[in-house]
Ligand binder design. Structure first.
Ligand SMILES: [Zn+2]
Length: 81
């Protein structure tokens, strides 16, 4: 059984902790970040294509998003503080 999971990260300005989620599929990880941070269609397309996004909008408070593959045996560790 594959341990593959996707770790979705959003690093925010002004926050000590990074927003971190674990998802079973890439598409779900993208959709979750889009939903959580109300990404526009341009940013959504870039995130989905690249697995990485540095939004251009100045008004928002985030620095970048990342979605990475991970094969560790303890997916829950990513969301433990
Ligand atoms: Zn992992």
């Amino acid at each position: 059984m594959s341990k593959l999971h996707y770790v979705a990260i959003a690093r925010l300005y002004g926050y000590v902790h990074t927003h971190c989620e674990v998802h079973k599929t890439y598409d779900v990880a993208v959709a979750s970040l889009v939903e959580s941070f109300s990404l526009n269609s341009t940013d959504t397309g870039r995130l989905k294509r690249d697995g990485h996004l540095e939004p251009q909008q100045r008004k928002v408070s985030y620095r970048y998003y990342d979605i990475t593959e991970c094969y560790c045996s303890r997916p829950e560790q990513h969301t433990e503080s």
